[in-house]
Design a protein around this ligand. Structure first.
Ligand SMILES: [Zn+2]
Ligand SMILES: [Zn+2]
Length: 116
């Protein structure tokens, strides 16, 4: 069984604090299995690849954003970064670039920032 894991940085939309998302590859898509607070000063090791293409989702076990509990995440179309997002939010505002609007579609690409 393939246990490839990928770490991607995310920013909490509510508190604008850095988070690290952990994804598991299930053979057809990346599923978020957990998220943890990124320690100040820590750096995610750079990945060897460019953008990773495939589906993204969350596992039933995904506990949500460690800061605000949002149960999902969104890939900003402007700055190409991930931020936490909860289904109950009607409007999303990107904590990195200020882009805001309704969420449409699904996440289909993201840059891998490290694999283990
Ligand atoms: Zn959050
Ligand atoms: Zn953005």
């Amino acid at each position: 069984m393939d246990q490839e894991v990928m770490f991607v940085s995310m920013v909490c939309s509510s508190q604008r604090l850095p988070t690290v998302l952990r994804f598991r590859w299930d053979g057809s898509m990346f599923l978020a299995v957990g998220a943890s607070k990124q320690r100040p000063g820590s750096v995610i090791p750079p990945g060897d690849g460019g953008p990773v293409h495939g589906g993204f989702g969350t596992t039933p076990d995904y506990p949500g954003c460690p800061y605000c509990g949002a149960d999902g995440f969104v890939h900003c179309g402007r700055c190409k970064e991930l931020s936490c997002y909860d289904d109950s939010w009607e409007i999303f505002t990107c904590p990195r670039c200020g882009n805001s609007g309704r969420i449409t579609g699904t996440i289909d690409s993201v840059s891998g920032l490290g694999t283990a």
